[in-house]
Design a protein around this ligand. Structure first.
Ligand SMILES: Nc1ncnc2c1ncn2[C@@H]1O[C@H](COP(=O)(O)OP(=O)(O)O)[C@@H](O)[C@H]1O
Ligand SMILES: [Mg+2]
Length: 259
């Protein structure tokens, strides 16, 4: 398995204040990497850095983030936007909130896709319905014709997950994708992401404070604290034989999901 993404000694600051320090890891093709750590430990910052979404105050001040021979922090905004969707896609904690309330889900997904190249509405619809069905939505057409308010929060989040997969990205960056969901829907969302890997070969990084989700999904785990890596290894090793007290403490704080 080749490697698709590599962080090398990455430092990130907001207004000169360090938020991530000397972070290195690799993501293999088809791998799922879990990033865990308490709130404020730098998980979102790490993911946003790859997408160029740190905002005006944030900056990668040292190190490289390699994706297919390109160092992402060196790319111009326009180049990053071109990658965003077909190559790298992000799932946000509250995907529902990013839908516009007065237009149908389908219209919004179509617009996002049309930005990256010519696709007819009919082609889009066929593709989207098929994807939604693969991800366990019985009536994909009805989802596309819905307004966001007609879907429950859990449903919106699952559609957000599906939407990130629409352009078949090589890498999915999922930032607390299940945190806002109740437990039953959490499991569905986890299954959807696992299907993304199975059906499309996607590599996934999932940032979460939920060790249960990591145990159910991840091949490797990176544990973060105060912007630095505390522990990094195979999921079974990190969860069952953690080397650090901090990891043990995190694990005792959350219930586990069954694999
Ligand atoms: N836009 C921002 N401006 C200034 N500081 C920020 C910004 N976003 C995050 N931070 C700071 O960076 C650190 C890491 O935050 P974040 O990456 O959001 O952590 P996590 O996702 O693990 O909760 C925190 O100290 C947070 O306050
Ligand atoms: Mg976060």
């Amino acid at each position: 398995m080749g490697e698709i993404l590599r962080y090398e000694h990455v430092d990130i600051s907001y207004n000169g204040r360090p938020a991530v320090r000397d972070l290195s890891f690799t993501l293999d093709e088809g791998e799922i990497l879990g990033i865990v750590g308490e709130s404020g430990s730098g998980k979102s910052t790490l993911l946003k850095a790859a997408m160029g979404l740190l905002g005006r105050d944030g900056l990668v001040t040292r190190g490289d983030i390699w994706y297919k021979g390109k160092n992402l922090p060196d790319l111009k905004e326009k180049e990053l936007r071109r990658l965003n969707g077909p190559e790298l896609a992000m799932i946000f904690q509250n995907a529902g909130a990013s839908f516009c309330p007065i237009r149908t889900v389908g219209a919004q997904l179509y617009e996002g896709m049309a930005e990256h190249g010519a696709i007819s509405k009919a082609e889009f619809r066929a593709l989207a319905v098929e994807l939604l069905q693969k991800l366990g939505f019985e009536n994909g057409g009805r989802i596309l014709d819905s307004y966001p308010f007609e879907l429950s929060g859990g449903m919106q989040q699952r559609v957000g997950i599906a939407c990130a997969m629409l352009m078949n990205p090589s890498v999915l960056l999922a930032d607390e994708p299940t945190s806002a969901l109740d437990v039953s829907v959490q499991k569905q969302a986890v299954e959807e992401m696992l299907l993304a890997r199975k059906n499309f070969g996607a590599s996934i990084i999932i940032a979460t404070h939920n060790i249960g989700v990591v145990g159910a999904m991840a091949d490797r785990v990176l544990v973060m604290r105060n912007g630095a890596a505390v522990e990094y290894g195979e999921t079974a090793q990190v969860l069952e034989r953690p080397r650090e007290n901090y990891t043990r403490m995190l694990m005792s704080a959350v219930p586990r999901l069954r694999r």
